[in-house]
Design a protein around this ligand. Structure first.
Ligand code: HEC
Length: 153
């Protein structure tokens, strides 16, 4: 008889213990439900958002540019080359004809983007260097700060 009581007690404890997660789920949402993984993965990165806001109008959504006017960012030696120089292109813009890509020159002017923070320039260049068929390493805010310092603006 004592054995049966013990068994019943254990059974009651187990039932109560097992019902806790269910009760919790009803009261407060677990972290995973509040931020579904699928949403995080489809949300554009900061770099992509800045690209869409400031660069896409001239360099196009897929980085292919506009013939004669705006150069492509696809497999460009400027994009994948020296980071200090690349950052300065974004900081200063250009009056045109200065940065040929694959032997073609482009006549439109690029507006300066020195109003963007170090973090934002780093993010957009990291995005450009790892998209549009490019496979180069990231640009850090510290590298942008250093380029801005030697650039004078
Ligand atoms: C108003 C149009 C315009 C906007 C906006 C613009 N660019 Fe440009 N970009 C140009 C033009 C035109 C050139 C070529 C200038 C030259 O050859 O002197 C250029 C050149 C470049 C180059 C070097 C050449 C190449 O294609 O690799 C890079 C890199 C670049 N832009 C990146 C960016 C990024 C990143 C942004 C956004 C932060 C941006 N540009 C915004 C028009 C634009």
């Amino acid at each position: 008889m004592n054995d049966l009581k013990l068994l019943l007690t254990v059974a009651v404890i187990l039932t109560v213990a097992c019902s806790f997660p269910t009760k919790n789920e009803n009261n407060e949402k677990p972290e995973e439900t509040a931020h579904p993984v699928s949403l995080v993965q489809t949300e554009p990165s900061m770099g992509e958002k800045i690209y869409n806001q400031f660069c896409m109008v001239c360099h196009m959504k897929d980085g292919s540019g506009v013939p004669v006017l705006n150069p492509p960012l696809i497999k460009s030696e400027w994009v994948n080359g020296d980071k200090d120089q690349l950052i300065k292109i974004v900081l200063n813009g250009s009056e045109g004809g200065k940065y040929p890509v694959n032997g073609e020159t482009y006549t439109n002017a690029m507006t300066p983007h020195n109003f963007l923070s170090d973090e934002k320039i780093a993010a957009v260049l990291t995005f450009v260097r790892s998209n549009f068929e490019n496979n180069s390493d990231e640009v850090t805010p510290a590298e942008v700060a250093a380029a801005r310092e030697s650039n004078g603006k």
